[in-house]
Design a protein around this ligand. Structure first.
Ligand code: S3P
Length: 167
């Protein structure tokens, strides 16, 4: 069975929906960020702070390659995974890419108090940063073949919509 791969911006619910979708389908769940933390023994903010984003992206690409070689998984990707065309190709070979989206204001409410996302935790206005990154990445997220708005649907609804789409 092909992997079900959730893509989308930070705070769109990839991990929450992915976990529940995997439980609902009896599949193994893999979160690429958790996997990066496991193999490096560092948190995502530590990797960004100590080694830089370029190093993070290469660790991410290694994890994506491994995950893409497996099957029957539900995969939650980090928000930047689809920026690398090689990652997209690898994930598409054995998986269906499902996009999660939400309005900038919804994303802001979900991420504002967390300190675990280095790309949003810089100086300045977080909402403005979210809008700027969303605009820059719109094309990258368009590789999804089906998309669910998690600002307008609950986690359970999103799970059922994805299952219905895949039938
Ligand atoms: C990133 C998203 C994060 C994490 C890292 C970079 C991004 O994952 O991979 O902070 O570039 O959008 P989430 O989408 O799970 O927050």
């Amino acid at each position: 069975m092909r992997n079900i791969v959730l893509i989308g911006f930070m705070g769109t619910g990839k991990s929450a929906v992915g976990r529940r979708l995997a439980a609902r389908l009896g599949r193994e769940f893999v979160d690429t960020d958790e996997e990066i933390e496991r193999v490096t023994g560092k948190t995502i903010p530590q990797i960004f702070a100590r080694d830089g984003e370029i190093r993070f992206r290469s660790e991410e690409a290694l994890v994506v390659k491994k995950v893409a070689a497996r099957e029957n998984l539900v995969v939650a990707t980090g928000g930047g995974v689809v920026l690398n065309p090689e990652n997209v190709r690898a994930l598409q070979q054995n998986g269906v890419l499902i996009g999660l989206v939400a309005d900038p204001g919804v994303i802001y409410q979900r991420v504002k108090r967390k300190r675990n996302r280095p790309l949003l935790n810089g100086p300045g206005d977080i909402l403005a940063r979210i809008k700027e990154l969303l605009a820059a990445r719109a094309g990258a997220y368009a590789v999804a073949e089906f998309t669910v708005d998690t600002g307008r649907h609950t986690i359970d609804e999103a799970v059922e919509m994805i299952i219905a789409y895949l039938k």
